[in-house]
Design a protein around this ligand. Structure first.
Ligand code: SAH
Ligand code: F3S
Length: 449
């Protein structure tokens, strides 16, 4: 088998998958294998899949089918390796190899660090299924290809022990494991040295981090990371409402570089549904946490996840979700129609909600949220933000960035564009539900040399 020289990674799903792809890219690049933008040009294709929502498995198999055709077409241009990675890899394992004869290997999320070995074994003729959750995991922080211009992601806790009745993640990412604080701090220091402006701490229940064998919890870690000089903006995702303690709220209030933006999935506004979801908090406990957070940090923007059409959700339950959405005033809502996932408890619950009913509720929720978002964003007109520049706009001479509260903002750059990852002050002039338009206030050329 010839030696692969170019790779292509397709990434679906959450930030953890994004980071896993960066880790896999890094391992390949250490071998002198280079990234390409199109699968047709690659000698190795990795599909980093997500199994959280509807039709995940079908989507994976249909994409693998397309890659198979590429392999068939390859002819004398040499061998093409195809690997299935991510949560569907963990879930499907051997089944994927059996179903897709041209698939070369299957690599689960807890085995990302073993990519090089798996590729080497394949070259030696073995079709490997590397899944499961080994006690010791390879986590080579220096091999990560961090292709984000400004954001460095750091996993602090892997897996999840919560077992919300709808969720497949504990099965695909395994039991919870916190990384030691010293390792995390070292990685953040590296990222700051490399010039990353924003640090994003990652975990399925990021605020459930605990020092392995120690006393410290996420409040202590937040304090330590936020205190590292050069951490300009600190974010963390995803917080589990029940695990958010007053000490953590206090840290969010204390450190100006902790971004005033928090993703706090509520899933439903009805206590009855929350109980059936096994979330372990009530609507009023969630609302109370929101008020504590806003007291600590009045400029805080909140986003959330909501599931619509969970088994047994009545019109009244759904109304309570709408009411909660009105009451909190989220900056962003990620809403999903419930979909039964293999091996989870919720499909066994009675009273499935008809698909048309769930669709209609989802539309009502989107319409309400759009109105709310428009209102909130219009309230930002005239405000000035320190914007981290993340990309180029569609119009010539425009750029795009993120405000500290994580909103997308477009602005005219003037004669001196800001280097990607740089910051500039922008004043909001126009507001849309999903973005802002502003005027850049600081232009480097106006600064005397
Ligand atoms: N702790 C992770 C959860 C990952 S799943 C996090 O909050 O990011 C991300 C979101 O997908 C969940 O918050 C939930 O709203 C949604 N989701 C998970 N399982 C689902 C299912 N079976 N049907 C519909 N949406 C689901
Ligand atoms: Fe899933 Fe609940 Fe964990 S949503 S990732 S089981 S916190």
């Amino acid at each position: 088998m010839s030696r692969p020289r170019r790779f292509y990674i397709e990434t679906w799903g959450c930030q953890m998958n994004e980071l896993d792809s960066q880790r896999m890219a890094g391992q390949l690049m250490q071998q002198g294998i280079l990234p390409v933008r199109a699968p047709e040009e690659a000698d190795i294709i990795l599909l980093n899949s997500c199994s959280v929502r509807e039709k995940a498995e079908q989507k994976v198999y249909s994409r693998l089918g397309e890659y198979r055709l590429l392999k068939r077409d390859r002819g004398e241009r040499g061998e093409l390796l195809i690997g299935l990675c991510g949560c569907v890899a963990q879930q499907e394992g051997e089944r994927a190899l059996a179903r897709v004869p041209d698939l070369d290997f299957v690599l689960g999320p807890a085995r990302v660090g073993e990519l090089q070995e798996v590729v080497a074994k394949r070259r030696a003729g073995e079709r490997v299924v590397a899944t499961g959750f080994p006690e010791s995991r390879q986590y080579d922080v220096d091999a990560v290809s961090r292709h984000g211009e400004y954001k460095g992601m750091v996993t602090i806790i892997e897996g999840c022990n919560k077992n919300c009745t709808f969720c497949i993640v504990p099965k695909t990412r395994g039991p919870e494991r916190s990384r030691p604080m010293a390792e995390i701090l070292r990685e953040v220091h590296h990222l700051v040295d490399y010039g990353f402006q924003e640090i994003e701490l990652l975990g399925q229940t990021v605020n459930h981090w605990r020092e392995p064998g120690g006393e410290e919890d996420f409040a202590d870690l937040l304090d330590r990371v936020a205190s590292i000089p050069g951490v300009q903006r600190l974010r963390f995702v995803t917080s589990y409402p029940r695990d958010f303690t007053p000490r953590m709220v206090e840290q969010v209030g204390r450190h100006a570089n902790i971004a005033p933006y928090l993703h706090l999935p509520v899933q439903s506004g009805s206590d009855r549904v929350l109980r059936r979801m096994g979330r372990g908090y009530t609507r009023s406990e969630y609302l109370d946490l929101v008020s504590q957070l806003r007291r600590a940090r009045p400029d805080l923007a909140l986003s959330t996840d909501l599931i619509v059409g969970f088994p047994g959700e009545t019109e009244d339950d759904f109304e309570q979700t709408l009411e909660l959405v009105r009451e909190v005033g989220f900056a962003v809502v990620y809403a999903f129609k419930y979909s039964p996932r293999p091996g989870t408890a919720a499909p066994r619950l009675d009273d499935a909600v008809a698909a048309e009913v769930a669709d209609e509720r989802l539309q009502r929720l989107f319409a309400l949220q759009e109105k709310i978002q428009r209102g909130i964003n219009e309230g930002l007109i005239g405000r000035e933000f320190e914007v981290i520049v993340t990309g180029w706009g569609k119009q010539p001479g425009t750029q795009t960035g993120r405000t500290p509260c994580h909103r997308v903002i477009h602005f005219e750059t003037g004669p001196d564009p800001v280097p990607l990852g740089g910051t500039t002050r922008v004043q909001v002039e126009t507001a849309f539900p999903y973005s802002l338009l502003g005027r850049r206030l600081s232009v480097p050329s106006e600064v005397p040399a």
